[in-house]
Design a protein around this ligand. Structure first.
Ligand SMILES: Cc1cc2nc3c(=O)[nH]c(=O)nc-3n(C[C@H](O)[C@H](O)[C@H](O)COP(=O)(O)OP(=O)(O)OC[C@H]3O[C@@H](n4cnc5c(N)ncnc54)[C@H](O)[C@@H]3O)c2cc1C
Length: 472
């Protein structure tokens, strides 16, 4: 009798949940007893600019996942190595000590992540350990939404139309996994210190799948039916704030879609377009992941549109620092940057406004901004962050046309008309009335520490347009 049966190792990465987890579901169907693992790779995280707040959020959620797995009889082992290069050897050693014959994991699409998985697959197969990777991060797998000739879409609208045509409706989610007899293998302690890369702002998102799902349903009940009307106003909670959970996979996009589908079953006049608008955001998420997978250069610090590499990007550290710290003298930009620093999150409209201000009005290389966002966002997510930055800088696929440069003052007047959001994050301006708060009077700059605008918005806009035009 074999006392040590073959085990399947389920390797968790950016999919920290047990519900609707494609690899976990497939591993449980295979029938071997399951062991789980998570790899801590602090050097790699630093290299990838993972923010301290995101690392801490991962830690909080990992504790919840460990308990959930234990309740299912599955021990969570922790592998700690500096970077991806050391993973194949570390995984091999874990597999040998626990008699693992199969590794199941959900695919990640960054260039380094794909290299890591290919390397693991090749090295472990030499020891007769099979690695299987599954598509799970998207609703529709990268490479499956294509034009009639099989080529990938590079423009969002036709992609989204095809995506909707291909979507199984109602959308399905994976069935729950069964509880297995508890294995005699001990779960590992999770060392908190590896997740404390630096001090971070307090985290307002409670950890765990149950909390994430509660937030999803609360959003569906309270705000989904008026999403389109309210999503651009940063002073209110008009969007779902689910991005931190989606970024590390505590929630799946299919779960979100299913809740949206359920909401669509019971709507009043006019609500359909509000819900469809939210679904569209989930499609943007899929779109950028497809782009990341199919055009690896975007995760190698390259512009999607190669010709934009010729732009005379500026590398002025002082100007960049003023943007980073919310000292540009443009109230809505400063409020947004301070929101990022104080909370680890920024409203979508303001991500566009601040990114465009940096890349157009200051003409600073969008990669500096992309990196700064990753270093501070709790929801930092390569595909969406890169996609959002390249959209704003007009260097990306289906990016904003270069001549459509947002005027941040007008954006503030439009989406924060009563200045509530600015007042929340820029106390120096709290006393100003609703008109002045967007364009403070000149005497304010001599009376307080708040700086005068660092750039003339009209002239800098024209200059940026000229530079882009010269590329044509
Ligand atoms: C410059 C820039 C950088 C960005 N960086 C990131 C990032 O690092 N991580 C990230 O998750 N999103 C990023 N976004 C996209 C978007 O700003 C956030 O997803 C959104 O603000 C999250 O808030 P929410 O969860 O309330 O979104 P909701 O409006 O409720 O949307 C639901 C979900 O759809 C997805 N989504 C929404 N808008 C977009 C979009 N434009 N592109 C891709 N997916 C989207 C997100 O997963 C989001 O949680 C960036 C956008 C820009 C312009």
């Amino acid at each position: 009798m074999n006392h040590n049966p073959s085990h399947t190792l389920i390797w968790f990465r950016s999919d920290l949940r047990i519900h609707d987890n494609t690899a976990l579901q497939a591993a449980s169907v295979l029938g071997n007893p399951l062991i789980a693992c998570f790899a801590i790779t602090p050097e790699q995280w630093r290299e990838h600019d993972m923010s301290a707040i995101k690392a801490q959020f991962i830690y909080n959620n990992l504790l919840c996942l460990q308990q959930q797995l234990l309740d299912k009889g599955i021990p969570l082992k922790i592998v700690t190595v500096a970077d991806f290069k050391q993973l194949p050897a570390a995984l091999l050693s874990l597999c040998q000590s626990c008699n693992v014959t199969h590794i199941f994991a959900n695919a990640e699409y960054g260039f380094n992540e794909k290299q890591r998985d290919a390397e693991c697959q090749s090295q472990l197969s030499a020891s007769a350990i099979e690695c299987h990777f599954f598509h799970d991060q998207t609703v529709l797998a990268p490479g499956t939404v294509t034009k009639a000739d099989g080529s990938p879409y590079q423009v969002f609208t036709p992609f989204s139309k095809q995506w909707r045509r291909q979507l199984p409706w109602p959308p399905g989610i994976a069935p729950r996994i069964k509880t297995q007899a508890r294995l005699p293998i001990e779960p590992d302690p999770i060392d908190k210190q590896h997740f404390y890369l630096a001090p971070a702002p307090p985290i307002r998102w409670p950890a765990g799948e149950a909390a994430a799902y509660k937030q999803l349903t609360a959003f569906a009940d309270a705000s989904l039916r008026c999403y389109q009307q309210r999503r651009d106003i940063p002073s209110i909670e008009g969007t779902s704030s689910l991005s931190p959970y989606l970024a590390i996979g505590v929630l799946s996009p299919r779960q979100c879609l299913k809740v949206a589908y359920q909401a669509l079953q019971n709507i009043s006049a006019g609500e359909d377009k509000e819900i469809q608008c939210w679904i569209n955001e989930l499609i943007w998420r899929d779109f950028y992941i497809h782009i990341l997978d199919l055009f690896p250069r975007v995760s190698q610090h390259q512009a999607f549109k190669a010709k934009t590499e010729k732009l005379p990007w500026r590398y002025d550290k002082k100007d960049f620092q003023r943007w980073c710290t919310g000292q540009t003298g443009i109230p809505i930009v400063d409020a947004a940057m301070r929101q990022l620093l104080e909370t680890g999150w920024m409203h979508n409209r303001l991500r566009m406004v601040t990114a465009m201000f940096l890349s157009k009005n200051l003409l600073i290389d969008w990669r500096w901004g992309e990196r700064f966002f990753m270093q501070h966002l709790i929801d930092g997510y390569l595909a969406s962050n890169n996609g959002g930055w390249q959209w704003s800088a007009s260097t990306g696929t289906d990016a904003v046309p270069y001549f459509r440069v947002f005027n941040p003052v007008v954006q503030g007047q439009r989406f924060d008309a009563d200045g509530e959001f600015i007042r929340r994050f820029v106390p120096e301006l709290r006393h100003l009335d609703n008109r002045e708060i967007h364009q403070p009077p000149l005497d304010l700059f001599s009376q307080t520490d708040y700086p005068a605008p660092m750039v003339d918005l009209g002239l800098s806009r024209q200059l940026a347009i000229q530079h882009f035009k010269a590329l044509d």
